[in-house]
Design a protein around this ligand. Sequence first.
Ligand code: KIV
Length: 273
Amino acid sequence: MSTNTVDNKRKVTTARLIEMKQRGEKIAMLTAYDYSMAKLIDEAGMDVILVGDSASNVMAGNMTTLPMTLDQMIYHAKSVIKGTQRALVVCDMPFGTYQGNSKEALASAIRIMKESHAEAVKMEGGAEIRESIERILSAGIPVMGHLGLTPQSINKFGTYAVRAKEEAEAEKLVADAHMLEEIGCFALVLEKIPAALAERVAKEVSIPVIGIGAGGGVDGQVLVMHDMLGINKGFSPKFLRRYADLSSIINDAVSRYIDDVKTSDFPNENEQY
Ligand code: KIV
């Protein structure tokens, strides 16, 4: 039984997220990649559903998020949108569709909005991608920023360790966060950075800051659905809280089904025509 007291009917918009920050109401965000899970998550009262390019890891079995294509993201976002009524649906722009050229970035974002009906896009990076973000914003497409550990840059970082522990990187992150606010991003994800730094950013900017591995001093939290539901048991970073052990539940159910088929227990007389 959920204890959340959120108004489960009113549609979440980018403006409403900003109001939530102003009221001090925390924002709950979770990833989803398909219709059925999006419907369950939405009905539970989630504020934001992220169609993350983590689909590359948890849906497609890749080691990194880099192989994800625009067509694949649109396919996932389209499915999620069909299962969602209340939550704001944000779709990740996949690697290679916005970094090089701002006109291509706009074309990619327009395809996501037109073909999937997602309500906003998320983009990893700061000053390096400013021109692309500005062009997308100028077309009326809401953009969520993403700083700190940006998994699309894993080949540059070489590790998924905590980012911005050194002063120079921390100061660049703060400057990038201010820049994203100034140019008009509606929210910002901070991934795997020291909690004190994330709290400082959340206090300094007026847009909502959603953390993952960034402590409790921010305006909301995001997790990858497969991690928090215990489907993906091989991944257990310090920041992750598991709310279910679905891998055991699924293994048990599937094993019992196999046994029932093998022993001719299933189907019985009531389960046939
Ligand atoms: O792709 C994703 O799931 C994300 C979250 C981890 C923020 O970007």
